[in-house]
Design a protein around this ligand. Structure first.
Ligand SMILES: Nc1ncnc2c1ncn2[C@@H]1O[C@H](COP(=O)(O)OP(=O)(O)O)[C@@H](O)[C@H]1O
Ligand SMILES: [Mg+2]
Length: 337
């Protein structure tokens, strides 16, 4: 793990709830993790595990008024995002921390030229003139490898391929030189070849620009290729946290083992498109099972699994939320719910 000064983002006890007539649903529970400067940190888990909610919570984009985000702290390079007002958060978003989504078309305006949209953060955060913005967008297009960048400035979104649109969105995410870029399934909507080009671009940008990245994916192949550290999510919690090599060498949570066991062998992980399947389903967050949330799907259950396990150390820098690794502890201290 990086030392404090090398840490760009430090999330502690993030909890997100949706409140409604039929009660409250806690979609994120006790999420804590760090992102080191220039590191790529993965969030991986099946659909519905809370990956996108984690991203939206960090960005201050959880839908209001139903959504409620609380955290002990969300330190972004010395600023606690958890204490910012909506206005303060607006100043940070797109400049200090930005996000790239799965389907660029949904975040692009179809009737505005691409350069105008990609450059918008510069207008909002730095008040640059249009001519300066256009020049800077051209530089960014070159950086993210858009061919014939000058000719593409005046294109409308539908005139670009999916891969070029995603490159443009990455350009937009990076245009204010943020400390952190969150990429939420950035290649899921792309064909395999374009997917690997975009992943390569992101690795390359991390090396050249030094941006720290949170890489959100359901694909362990992408995690293996891209990430330095990994957080495995299940039913709104982090269930395992480790260096990428340790996670693949010594997966410790039965959920992580299940995910890994179902990856096709011999490099086929590169082409795996969907989450390998583990029997059973992700629990309904409004009706969680008592004790360990993975219990109903786990092949290793013991009597103690009726109590919720806390994250416990497996080895240096490697923790798992599982009684297999916490049997020495006297109580479920720190366990939530
Ligand atoms: N607007 C919402 N209102 C209530 N629950 C929501 C809302 N958006 C997402 N959720 C719930 O939050 C949980 C996590 O969703 P999400 O973060 O999108 O999962 P992932 O990105 O890992 O697939 C899911 O159970 C989902 O149903
Ligand atoms: Mg998602």
């Amino acid at each position: 793990m990086a030392s404090a000064s090398d840490t760009v983002l430090s999330v502690r006890e993030l909890r997100t709830e949706f409140r409604g007539d039929r009660g409250n649903v806690r979609v994120l529970d006790d999420i804590s993790f760090d992102v080191g400067r220039g590191r790529i940190v993965g969030l991986v888990g099946e659909s519905g595990s809370g990956k996108s909610m984690t991203a939206l919570s960090l960005m201050g984009l959880v839908p209001k008024p139903q959504g409620h985000v609380s955290a002990k702290s969300i330190m972004l390079d010395g600023t606690d995002l958890a204490t910012l007002t909506p206005d303060g958060m607006r100043r940070v978003r797109g400049s200090e921390i930005s996000m790239v989504f799965q389907e660029p078309m949904t975040s692009l305006n179809p009737v505005r030229k691409i350069w105008d949209q990609v450059g918008e953060p510069l207008a909002i955060h730095h008040g640059l003139k249009r001519k300066e913005i256009r020049e800077r967008v051209l530089e960014m297009f070159e950086l993210v490898g858009i061919p014939e960048p000058k000719a593409r400035l005046d294109a409308y979104p539908h005139e670009l391929s999916g891969g070029l649109r995603q490159r443009a969105m990455i350009a937009m995410g990076l245009i204010c030189e943020p400390k952190l870029l969150i990429a939420d399934e950035p290649t899921t909507a792309l064909d395999v070849t374009t997917q690997s080009q975009i992943l390569k671009l992101m690795l390359d940008l991390r090396d050249r620009v030094g941006t720290a990245i949170i890489m959100i994916t359901h694909d362990l192949g992408i995690i293996a290729e891209m990430c330095d550290e990994v957080n495995v999510m299940y039913a709104g919690q982090i269930v395992e946290q480790a260096d990428v090599f340790d996670l693949f060498e010594r997966p410790s949570h039965p959920y992580t083992r299940g995910l890994l066991a179902s990856i096709p062998k011999a490099g086929a992980a590169r082409v795996s498109k969907r989450m390998p399947s583990i029997p059973g389903m992700v629990p309904n967050l409004a009706k969680l099972p008592p004790g360990c949330r993975f219990g109903p799907r786990c092949g290793d259950t013991m009597a103690i699994c009726q109590k919720a396990p806390a994250l416990a150390g497996v080895e240096q820098g490697h923790v798992a939320r599982c009684w297999l690794h916490a049997q020495q502890e006297t109580s479920g201290q720190g366990a939530s719910s």
